[in-house]
Design a protein around this ligand. Structure first.
Ligand SMILES: [Zn+2]
Length: 467
């Protein structure tokens, strides 16, 4: 990588969780039986007409505002023409040169300050149907015996976000995407789950010599379905391009597939140009002209965004912890749990997350008690308590009962009793047999049925016997 700079822009599709589809009244749900949520509009029967979903337009405006975009006073739907079995109309209703939202800036906090990512546009469109390839490897079309089409997804609302090529490492791309996802989730407009396909990401990747002006030919990596694959895929493609240039070759413009299992990149097709799609204004729809009052209403609905919270938390935690808490949506629980901030952050971010407990269901007060006592109870008990922390009615009490006794006022009488009952050993210890300390500790532990903290017992005994 030395001497080369990766240049990455992302194209992100976000499926809006409106009740109904983008241009018809079919229910917009995931996971129902195939082809059970369709109608003449989304199946493209002749003579049917699209009617835009008002809520989808509102939410696209809201998202645009959260991305720092300008909301267009006039925006137009276009037909993007292409043939594929998942597109019964033969075109997708999308937006072209008059998108709803443009020219945004999205700040991603970094350890050395904010990194601003330019947002070229955020526009509304309808999703295609889902094709299922049967009999091939890993659901891919190559080698498949046949393909099935599920039209439930056809016509559901999508926002497509296009960034400027402002990302300069796989790590930056992954962080941007995680923060964008959390922002979308908090706006309440999408589940944005990569594994379900309600958040999809393509990356445009090129490289250039450090200090070089301008951009070289880019390739497009399609459909990476986890944050890790986005990072790994970009890293693999950057490495490939550098190798091509360094061996005297040229990078061609093409669309690529990254196979996360093998780490290999393969070519899907040579990249099509915009004119291949014969875009033209959708004659069945009037332009979208969001009234100023609607835009202001959406702006008022936006709360404190994740980027601002990361900066706020950075005052009390280091950058990685504050970023991790906010980007995973765990900072809300963190803020509610009382106790030493770093200890709470670590437990909420790492150990509690590993148990799979839903942060919204955890009793913050009880978790705080547990964290406060965590050095005094056995590790296995603490882990067991964390596993139960998300269950209804959870209290720390049962686990705290296993807390070791460290309180001198409780231990001292026991120590006195043990010393009084073992006079000859005490005399032997004082005359130099210091190895007997272990014997006294053992006696105290037995008297307290193992509940005493051995370290404290040790200290108190030394103090008492040393006199
Ligand atoms: Zn429909």
């Amino acid at each position: 990588m030395t001497g080369w700079e990766p240049v990455v822009g992302l194209e992100i599709h976000i499926q809006l969780k409106t009740q109904t589809k983008m241009f018809c009244r079919c229910e917009n749900v995931w996971g129902e039986g195939p082809n059970t949520r369709t109608c003449p509009v989304c199946l493209a029967h002749p003579g049917t007409l699209p009617v835009p979903n008002g809520r989808a337009i509102e939410w696209a405006v809201k998202l645009g505002l959260a991305l720092g975009c300008e909301v267009a006073e006039r925006s137009v739907f276009h037909r993007k023409n292409y043939f594929y079995p998942d597109l019964p109309k033969g075109y997708q209703i999308s937006q072209y040169d008059e998108p709803l939202c443009t020219a945004g800036r999205f700040a991603v906090p970094g350890s050395g300050g904010d990194h601003e990512i330019g947002i070229v546009r955020a526009h509304l469109e309808e999703d295609a149907a889902k094709t299922v390839h049967v009999g091939g490897k890993a659901g891919r079309i190559s080698g498949a015996a046949h393909s099935l089409v599920d039209f439930n997804r056809g016509g559901t609302p999508l926002v497509e976000i296009v960034t400027e090529p402002d990302l300069h490492s796989p790590e930056e791309a992954r962080r941007f995407l995680q923060l964008l996802r959390q922002t979308v989730v908090e706006l309440g407009i999408s589940d944005a789950e990569m594994e379900k396909g309600s958040l999809r990401c393509d990356a445009n990747v090129s490289v250039r010599r450090e200090g070089e002006e301008g951009l070289r030919t880019k390739t497009e990596l399609k459909n990476m379905n986890s944050f890790k694959f986005v990072g790994d895929g970009i890293a693999a493609e950057v490495a490939r391009q550098i190798e091509v240039y360094e061996s005297g070759g040229e990078v061609g413009q093409e669309t690529l597939h990254f196979d996360p299992a093998s780490g290999r990149i393969s070519s899907l097709r040579s990249k099509e140009e915009a004119h291949d799609y014969r875009y033209f204004p959708e004659p069945d729809l009037v332009p979208v002209e969001p009234p100023a009052a609607l835009v202001e209403r959406m702006r008022a609905e936006i709360g404190e965004l994740p980027a601002a919270r990361i900066r706020r938390l950075e005052g009390e935690l280091d950058f990685d912890l504050s970023y991790g808490l906010v980007a995973s949506g765990r900072d809300e629980l963190y803020e509610r749990v009382p106790g030493e901030r770093r200890a709470v952050a670590n437990v909420v971010m790492n150990q509690l997350a590993a148990t799979g407990a839903h942060p919204g269901r955890v009793n913050a007060e009880e978790l705080g008690k547990l964290i406060e006592a965590r050095d005094r109870i056995p590790r296995a008990t603490f882990d067991e308590a964390l596993t139960a922390a998300g269950e209804p009615g959870f209290t720390a009490e049962r686990y705290l009962a296993e807390e070791a006794v460290t309180d001198a006022s409780e231990l001292d009488p026991v120590i006195e009793r043990v010393l009084a009952a073992n006079g000859s050993q005490v005399a032997a210890y004082r005359s130099g047999k210091e190895g007997l300390l272990g014997f006294f500790v053992g006696q105290v532990m037995r008297e307290t049925q193992g509940k005493a903290n051995p370290k404290v017992v040790n200290e108190r005994l030394r103090e008492r016997l040393g006199a």
